[in-house]
Design a protein around this ligand. Structure first.
Ligand code: ATP
Length: 363
């Protein structure tokens, strides 16, 4: 008998992070009784406002609570006027990623009937892909380690990209396993490795490790693409891709590009997954320009909560949780298809609360 109650560490953060989190929790607590499961959600402080209040952006107690919980739900963190001593933004989401070794950043994107994306081609209705971003090394290894050397006109700044064999192997394995799972669901089951192996030693090494790992997955088809060509093709024919895997910085950039394909940041869920822990958050930031108005699109956060249910379902062998995820996705899709709600990014006037109401009514 699998367990029936799951503990969820909730870190709402700043700005619209708090608004979309409240929305997703309402949906989660509405799904629970329908699948015979309970979600014991507990809120913990972290973020830029907490840094202003306490001098700490990610308290140890919060990190401990994340380690103890079955999964972590994360809103958004950071405020433009709140900066650390070196002038960089307060972004605890990066600290938590490194602290919990969340090495695979998942960015799934799909189109919804009733919500026209930015591409005119009718095949855009078939977009259904997942970007897997390596999240613990790559160019982000340089964060906090960059140097400026020399004097005057000879000054030069250096940030170093780090690609390890083990770090690359585990994220490539993750992407290849994901493609295998998707193939079992009737999707193509193909991994496109995205790199810049024609220019950089580190990227040629990455490609070599990818090819070695792919040999253990003969049922998964693979191909390579250079990141610049990929930026072009993700706009020209995104429906041609299934699973993409790439280095941290390339993944950072391409994940915003694919969010646009789905109609905007409010539509893009994400997950940061390691071997022991997993965190689920919308791909967007705190959106200070619209915070406090009740108009943020909660779709990305709600879909992230559904991804959490899928991850917990596999981890605990509890298919009821996957049923919950499907119910959330189906309800959202039905509400958009019927036109009963339309987020503002699509020219509609639905508030955050309108979208939550529609999703819960359709469960
Ligand atoms: P970060 O650097 O943390 O990614 P950012 O300021 O670059 O943050 P966002 O906070 O994601 O980016 O905001 C980018 C734009 O997208 C803003 O105009 C914002 O209003 C809009 N936006 C982001 N999320 C949503 C949402 N859930 N609903 C509606 N609009 C959103």
């Amino acid at each position: 008998m699998s367990k029936t109650s799951y503990s969820i560490a909730v870190l709402p953060g700043d700005g619209i992070g708090r608004e979309v989190m409240a929305a997703a929790l309402q949906v989660l607590h509405a799904v629970g009784p329908r699948i015979g499961r309970r979600f014991a959600t507990a809120e913990h402080p972290a973020g830029a406002q907490h840094y202003l209040d306490s001098g700490v952006s990610l308290p140890d107690a919060t990190l401990q609570a994340c380690r103890k919980a079955d999964a972590i739900l994360f809103g958004a963190m950071g405020l433009p006027h709140v900066r650390g001593k070196d002038g960089t933004e307060i972004i605890p989401q990066l600290d938590i990623r490194f602290a919990l070794d969340l090495y695979a950043g998942l960015r799934p994107i799909r189109s919804f009937a009733g919500l026209p994306g930015p591409l005119a081609n009718p095949r855009a209705a078939q977009i259904d892909l997942v970007l897997v971003r390596e999240s613990t090394e790559g160019l982000f290894h340089a964060r906090g380690r960059g140097t400026i050397e020399g004097e005057g006109d000879a000054q030069a700044a250096y940030d170093t990209m780090k690609i390890t064999r083990s770090g690359t192997a585990r994220v490539c394995d993750f992407a290849l396993r994901l493609a295998r799972q998707r193939k079992a669901q009737g999707k193509p089951g193909r991994v496109t490795n995205v790199d810049k192996a024609n220019v950089f030693t580190s990227m040629a090494f990455w490609r070599q490790v990818f090819e070695e790992r792919a040999q253990a997955f003969p049922d998964v088809s693979t191909e390579h693409a250079y990141v610049d060509a990929m930026a072009l093709n993700l706009v020209m024919k995104p429906w041609a891709y299934d699973v993409l895997v790439t280095e941290n910085m390339f993944g950072d950039i391409l994940s915003d590009l694919i969010a646009a394909l789905a109609g905007g940041m409010g539509m893009a869920p994400s997950a940061d997954i390691g071997d022991d822990y997993a965190l689920f958050q919308p791909a967007h930031g705190t959106a200070p320009d619209i915070a406090g108005q009740g108009i943020a699109n909660p779709t990305a956060m709600i879909l992230s909560a559904a991804m959490m249910l899928d991850w917990l379902a596999v981890r605990h062998g509890d298919s009821a949780l996957a049923d919950g995820a499907r119910a959330i996705e189906a309800s959202l899709a039905a509400a958009f298809a019927a036109g009963s709600v339309r987020p503002r990014e699509f020219g509609g006037s639905s508030s955050t609360a309108d979208i939550v109401r529609a999703v819960i009514a359709g469960l």
